[in-house]
Design a protein around this ligand. Structure first.
Ligand code: ADP
Ligand code: MG
Length: 684
C-alpha cells in the first residue's frame, strides 16, 4: 500500500482549481495525470524580471514597474484594445489589453492608486507601453524576480501550467529524510520539499542551474530509488537462493563447432560455468557487441545444465529471431542426443499441446521461443536455465516471470547494446556482468560512408552493378510501425523500377508466414534487395548480405545504427554501410562521424553519452536504460556510487525497508515509480 503521506501527490490534476475536462486532457498528454506528474514536469529555462525603480527599463526587457493609474480608455468598438494610462518614474505608460475589459481592470487598476505591473515593456521615444502585463499587484513582493519556462504543447499556456504547479506545490508533504545525515551535511542540501519548490521557483539564477544543491539533491533521491529498485530485485533473486541443485561442469556433450571460440567467449563461458556449478542462483548479463558471438556462449552454458538433468529455455523478442536461433541451435547440436523444440504464437492446436506436455514430462530439454514461453500454460519439469536474448526488448517483470517457472532458475540475459559502465550499473545493478569485448577473427571490416539523400538515385545506379545482397532500411518516421511502413513502401516501389522482382519488402505489420517467406527469399538469394522498416534490427544473421543502406540515418539513435550495421560483414566479402541523411544539425553530423570512424560498440556508446548526455542516449527506450528526471549519469557518476553504497548499507540491516529510514526510502520508490521493486516488497 502506498504510504498515506504521498496520497495528495497522486491525486488527479482534474481536481485542481481552474482545470476543466479540456485542460486536464491537454495536461495529461503533456505531463501525465497526477499532481506528481505535473511537479515532475521540469522547467527548461528561467527569465529574470528587473525591478525598475531608478533606472529606465530597456526596450523589450522584462521589467517590473510602479504605475500611478490616471485614466481608463474604454474602446468604442469591441475589437479595439482597452488602454489604461498612467505615470511611472520614467514618464507616461500605456497598459494595453486585448482580452480583458471592464470590472476586472477597474478593480485591478483603480484610478488614482499606485500599482506594480510586470511584463515586457516597449520604450519608444521615452514613452512606455506594456501589452498584457504578466502581473498586476499592489505589492512588489507578489511578483517573482525569476520565472521559469516550461515546455508547452498545443492548448496549454505557461500561465495555466504555472498555476497547476503552484497548486501542486501547496500540497507537498514534509517527507521523512532518507538521505544519511553525513551526506546531507557535507553537501548542505535542502529537504526534498524545499528542493522541489526551488526547482519551480528559483530565487536566483544559480538556483536554477543543474549544479544547484536542490537539483543535486533530487538527482541523488532519484539515484537512491534506482539503486534500491535494482538491489531489491537482486536480493529477491538471491533470496530465492538455494537452487537445490548445482550444475557442475562436466564433459558429457562433445560439441563440434566450425570455429574456435575467441578468448573472450571462452572467458564468458567459464564465468557462467562457475555460476552454474555453485548452489547460488545465477543472475548474469552477457554483454557483447553485435556479432560478437553471444549465441554460442549461451548454448554451451545450456549444455552444462542439460547434462545435469535441467531444462533450458531461450526467449527471443521476435518470431524471426526465435526461428533463426532454433535452426542454428539444431545445427550446432546435430548428432547430440538432445531434444529441442520451438514455441511461438504460430505453434498452435495439437502441435502446441504436444510441446507443452513434452515440456512438463521433461522430454524436451531445450526450448526456444518468443513471448509465448511466458504464458501460464507453459510448465517445465525442471527449468534450470532461462536465457533472455536481446533483453532490452523485455521488461524486468518478463525476465523475472520466466525465471519463476521453476524453483531456483538460473538467469542469463544477453544484450547487444554496449553501454558505458556507469550506465550498466544503473540499468543492471541487479546482475553480474560478463563482457564479450572481442569479435571472432576473419571478420571483414565494414566500410561506413555518410552521404546526402540528394545522391540516392546515383547510388541506386551504382548498387545495380553490384552482385552483393543489400539491406535497405527505411526511415523512422514515428514510433509506430504503421507510419514507418509508408516510407518503406514508397522506397520499395521505387527500387522495383530498377531491380524488378529482385526486391522484397519486410515489415512488422506482416503476418509471420509472409515475414518468413520474405526472409527466406533473401537468405536463398532469390531477392537481392530487402527493403525493411527496423524489424531486422535485432539478431538476424544473413552472412551473404554485404551492403546496408540506411535512409534518414539522422533520425536513428547511434546504438540502433550500430546494430543495423552489424547485420552486414558477417561473411567473407567486403561489407559496406551507407548512412544516407537529410538536413543535418551540427550534433547529428558529429554523431554520424563517430559511426563512420568507429566500429566498436563500447566506444560508440561512450561517444553517445558524451554528445547527448545520459538522459538522451537514444535508446533510452531501445536499450532498456532507465530515463531520469534529475540525474545525469555523465555528470553524476560520484553521486551514483555514493547512492549504491548507501542503499547497500541500508538493505544489509533492513532488507524489507521497514525501519524509519527504510520507509523514507520506500517513499522515493513510489515517487520515482519503481513499480517492480515495490511489487517485490509487497510480496515480502
Ligand atoms: P551476436 O553476439 O550478435 O548474437 P551471434 O551469436 O549471432 O552474434 O554470432 C554471429 C555469427 O558469428 C554467427 O554466425 C556465429 O555462428 C559466428 N561465430 C560465433 N562465434 C564465432 C567464432 N569464435 N569464430 C567464428 N565465428 C563465430
Ligand atoms: Mg544475437
Amino acid at each position: 500500500m502506498r504510504p498515506d503521506i504521498l496520497t495528495p501527490l497522486f491525486r488527479d490534476i482534474s481536481g485542481l482549481n481552474g482545470i476543466g475536462p479540456k485542460l486536464s486532457s491537454y495536461l495529461k498528454k503533456l505531463c501525465g495525470s497526477t499532481i506528481l506528474d505535473a511537479l515532475m514536469h521540469l522547467p527548461v529555462d528561467v527569465k529574470k524580471r528587473t525591478i525598475c525603480t531608478d533606472v529606465m527599463p530597456l526596450n523589450g526587457s522584462l521589467s517590473t514597474l510602479q504605475v500611478e493609474v490616471e485614466e481608463h480608455i474604454v474602446p468604442k468598438i469591441k475589437r479595439l484594445p482597452y488602454v489604461v494610462k498612467g505615470q511611472t518614474n520614467f514618464g507616461a505608460i500605456e497598459l494595453v489589453f486585448f482580452k480583458y475589459y471592464g470590472s476586472y481592470l477597474t478593480q485591478k487598476l483603480p484610478v488614482g492608486k499606485r500599482v506594480w505591473v510586470s511584463g515586457k515593456v516597449d520604450v519608444v521615444n521615452a514613452s512606455l507601453k506594456m501589452i498584457h502585463p504578466d502581473y498586476i499587484c499592489f505589492l512588489p513582493s507578489d511578483i517573482p524576480e525569476y520565472e521559469v519556462i516550461y515546455p508547452l504543447s498545443a492548448g496549454m499556456s505557461g500561465r495555466i501550467l504555472r498555476s497547476v504547479i503552484a497548486q501542486g506545490l501547496e500540497l507537498l508533504p514534509d517527507l521523512p529524510e532518507e538521505i544519511s545525515g553525513a551526506v546531507l551535511e557535507s553537501y548542505r542540501w535542502p529537504s526534498w520539499k524545499e528542493a522541489i519548490q526551488i526547482v519551480h521557483h528559483p530565487k536566483t539564477l544559480q538556483e536554477f542551474e543543474a549544479t544547484a544543491p536542490a537539483r543535486m539533491r533530487l538527482a541523488y533521491d532519484e539515484l537512491l530509488a534506482n539503486q534500491a529498485a535494482l538491489l531489491l530485485v537482486r536480493q529477491h533473486i538471491k533470496q530465492q537462493g538455494q537452487k537445490g541443485q548445482a550444475y557442475p561442469h562436466q564433459k558429457t556433450f562433445y560439441l563440434r563447432l566450425p570455429f574456435e571460440l575467441t578468448k573472450a567467449q571462452q572467458r564468458c563461458v567459464d564465468e557462467i560455468s562457475e555460476d552454474l556449478a555453485s548452489t547460488e542462483r545465477m543472475s548474469r548479463l552477457l554483454q557483447g557487441d553485435v556479432g560478437s558471438g553471444k549465441t554460442i556462449v549461451s548454448v554451451i552454458s545450456a549444455l552444462q545444465v542439460i547434462a545435469g538433468g535441467g531444462q533450458v529455455a531461450l526467449l527471443a523478442p521476435t518470431d524471426i529471431l526465435a526461428r533463426q536461433h532454433f535452426a542454428k541451435i539444431l545445427e550446432f547440436l546435430k548428432g547430440l542426443d538432445i531434444k529441442i523444440a520451438l514455441l511461438t504464437a504460430r505453434e498452435k492446436g495439437k502441435e502446441r499441446t504436444q510441446i507443452l506436455s513434452a515440456l512438463v514430462a521433461g522430454e524436451i530439454s531445450f526450448i526456444i521461443g518468443t513471448h509465448a514461453l511466458l504464458e501460464k500454460e507453459v510448465i517445465f519439469q525442471k527449468l534450470g536455465l532461462a536465457i533472455v536474448d536481446e533483453q532490452h526488448k523485455f521488461g524486468v517483470e518478463q525476465r523475472l516471470s520466466l525465471a519463476q517457472k521453476s524453483a531456483g532458475v538460473n538467469l542469463l540475459v544477453m544484450s547487444a547494446t554496449p553501454i558505458p559502465r556507469t550506465l550498466a550499473l544503473t540499468a543492471y545493478g541487479d546482475m553480474d556482468i560478463s563482457i564479450l569485448n572481442e569479435k571472432p577473427v576473419g571478420r571483414q571490416p565494414i566500410l561506413t560512408r555518410v552521404l546526402s539523400e540528394r545522391k540516392i538515385s546515383e547510388l541506386v545506379q551504382k548498387l545495380k552493378a553490384q552482385a552483393q545482397q543489400i539491406y535497405w532500411v527505411c526511415p523512422l518516421v514515428a514510433e509506430s510501425e504503421k507510419t514507418d511502413l509508408m516510407a518503406a513502401e514508397v522506397r520499395f516501389k521505387a527500387l522495383q523500377k530498377v531491380f524488378g522482382d529482385k526486391v522484397g519488402l519486410i515489415h512488422g505489420q506482416m503476418k509471420a508466414d509472409a515475414k518468413d517467406a520474405a526472409m527466406q527469399a533473401f537468405v536463398s538469394g532469390k531477392i537481392q534487395v530487402l527493403v525493411s522498416t527496423t524489424v531486422i534490427e535485432v539478431g538476424v544473421d544473413v552472412p551473404q548480405a554485404g551492403i546496408m543502406v540506411i535512409e534518414h540515418a539522422e533520425r536513428f539513435g547511434m546504438a540502433t545504427l550500430h546494430q543495423l550495421r552489424g547485420r552486414v560483414g558477417r561473411g567473407s566479402d567486403k561489407a559496406v554501410c551507407l548512412l544516407i541523411h537529410g538536413r543535418l544539425s551540427a550534433l547529428a553530423k558529429e554523431r554520424l562521424a563517430v559511426l563512420k570512424d568507429s566500429n566498436d560498440g563500447f566506444k560508440i556508446a561512450e561517444a553517445d553519452l558524451r554528445l547527448r548526455g545520459a538522459g538522451e542516449v537514444l535508446g533510452v527506450r531501445q536499450s532498456g536504460l532507465p530515463s531520469f528526471h534529475f540525474a545525469d549519469l555523465s555528470e553524476h557518476a560520484e553521486l551514483l556510487s555514493m547512492a549504491t553504497a548507501e542503499v547497500k548499507q541500508l538493505l544489509a540491516t533492513d532488507k524489507n525497508l521497514t525501519s524509519s529510514r527504510g520507509q523514507a526510502l520506500k517513499n522515493m520508490l513510489y515517487l520515482f515509480q519503481k513499480d517492480s521493486a515495490i511489487h517485490l516488497l509487497k510480496a515480502g
